[in-house]
Design a protein around this ligand. Structure first.
Ligand code: SF4
Ligand code: SF4
Length: 436
């Protein structure tokens, strides 16, 4: 029986998708790296299994509905890419595939409602703040909230930090060494505005002027990763314009959320086949995670022992959690560690099973709560086992997921470690005493 989509009509990313499918030699080396295979122990929930399923749908020998449960269960964490000896670019297959089949998959109405609410609130800080405030009221009266919406409430903190408007420009502190533009992010601005503050603080400290384009929007990666290619393209197009509008050149577009950074680096793919494809690709090449930019100027950092723990301790143990969209999607593993190691009296400790995703993965913890919870518990357990009083990471989704699971595991004897963004930690360790 023939189904759905012949490969040759798979849209502007058809060649890259076909390349990814044909590069897979089915060796299975990726299986041990895949968190969902680890949890679910099914070939169809492994990278190799999913590549075969996507191939069959694209060739018309399987319906998209049949493959959907296994593709929906994929975190998009890209742990399969560095594990693959054949160089399969899974990212060039998964997101374009999801975008292609999105309208052809039957989705139950509660899930449809949840996805619609997420798409209408998370990418818009003002709407999300309003929704989060309503959510906090809803938490108090959760018995009255429809069950489909309760998982969204679980992701909210106990209180919302006060909103902080960003300026459009921040001057460097001391001599200027460059100029960067900051992606302000969307949900992060509401849940943790301190991350942008800390990021700007560190960037200014090393001598960078920071501009924050006022016309910027959500980067679009939340939409892109769930297959809403049209919405992602709308956001990407807006940002290509917003970040190109400044009359003075910038050295880099800086992101401080791993998912946003990897999404912006895929603008060439999101806008492939459009009139601004080459402009989008050029812009994508200037996007860097903040840890990379700070590392490039690391000799300008003046750091002191963190005042975040008890005075009596000789060293401060800090655990670093690799966000998948930083480590796997952007290849950024060394720079955050290098920055943390530079802080006096800091001992960086490894987290076991570092390759395993924490289960956050954009909106995955809403769509696939059981697998997300299992991975979140495992990650929190591994962090607790380090005994470090601080855990640091570079992605708001990971920080929220870690905090939730660490809190649920903490006891009086073993309190939850403090969860911080890498820039929050670094900002708290900057030495700003006057130079003699
Ligand atoms: S490791 Fe690479 S080539 Fe081997 S099965 Fe996995 S994706 Fe295919
Ligand atoms: S992206 Fe992550 S969850 Fe999906 S197949 Fe690859 S390793 Fe597995």
């Amino acid at each position: 029986m023939q189904h759905d989509i012949p490969l040759e009509s798979s849209g502007p990313n058809a060649d890259a998708m076909a390349e990814a499918v044909s590069t897979c030699i089915r060796c299975g080396f990726c299986l041990s790296a895949c968190p969902t295979y680890d949890v679910l122990q099914r070939e169809s929930d492994s990278p190799r299994g999913r590549i075969i399923l996507m191939k069959e749908v694209l060739e018309g020998s399987m319906s998209a509905d049949e493959a959907a449960p296994h593709l929906d269960a994929c975190l998009g964490c890209l742990a399969c890419e560095p594990a693959c000896p054949s160089g399969v670019s899974y990212r060039h297959l998964l997101s374009p595939y999801r975008s292609l089949v999105r309208e052809r998959i039957s989705v139950a109405w509660p899930q449809r409602l949840q996805r619609w609410l997420t798409a209408q609130t998370l990418p818009y800080p003002k709407r999300f703040r309003f929704a989060a405030r309503m959510g906090l009221i809803g938490k108090t009266f959760s018995a009255l909230v429809p069950s489909v919406l309760r998982p969204m409430l679980d992701l909210l903190p106990e209180t919302l930090p006060a909103a902080k408007e960003l300026q459009s420009r921040y001057a460097p502190l001391g001599d200027q060494v460059g100029r960067v533009a900051l992606l302000a992010g969307c949900a992060q601005q509401v849940l943790a505005p301190s991350i942008n503050e800390a990021t700007i603080h560190v960037l200014r400290h090393i001598g960078l002027e920071v501009v924050v384009p006022t016309e910027q929007s959500c980067c679009g990666s939340l939409a892109w990763h769930v297959g809403d290619g049209d919405r992602a393209a709308k956001f990407a197009r807006n940002n290509v314009r917003a970040f190109s509008s400044d009359s003075q050149p910038i050295d880099a577009i800086v992101t401080n959320a791993a998912g946003c950074g990897s999404g912006m680096q895929e603008y060439g793919m999101i806008l492939r086949g459009t009139d601004i494809e080459s402009q989008a690709m050029a812009l994508a090449n200037t996007v860097k995670d903040v840890s990379v930019v700070v590392c490039e100027h690391a000799d300008r950092l003046r750091l002191r022992r963190p005042g975040l723990v008890h005075e009596g301790e000789a060293v401060v143990r800090v655990a670093y959690h690799d966000a998948c969209h930083l480590a796997n999607a952007q290849g950024v593993r060394v720079q955050p560690r290098e920055l943390l190691r530079r802080v006096p009296d800091v001992e960086l400790v490894d987290v076991a099973e570092a390759h395993l995703c924490c289960g956050s993965a954009g909106t995955y913890n809403l769509d696939q709560p059981e697998t997300a919870d299992e991975l979140g518990r495992r990650k929190a357990k591994a962090v607790m086992a380090t005994g470090a009083p601080i855990v640091v990471s570079g992605n708001i989704g990971c920080l929220t997921q870690l905090q939730t699971h660490l809190n649920s595991m903490a006891t009086e004897a073993h309190p939850a470690p403090r969860v911080m963004h890498t820039m929050e930690f670094l900002s708290a360790c900057l030495d700003e005493s006057p130079l003699n």
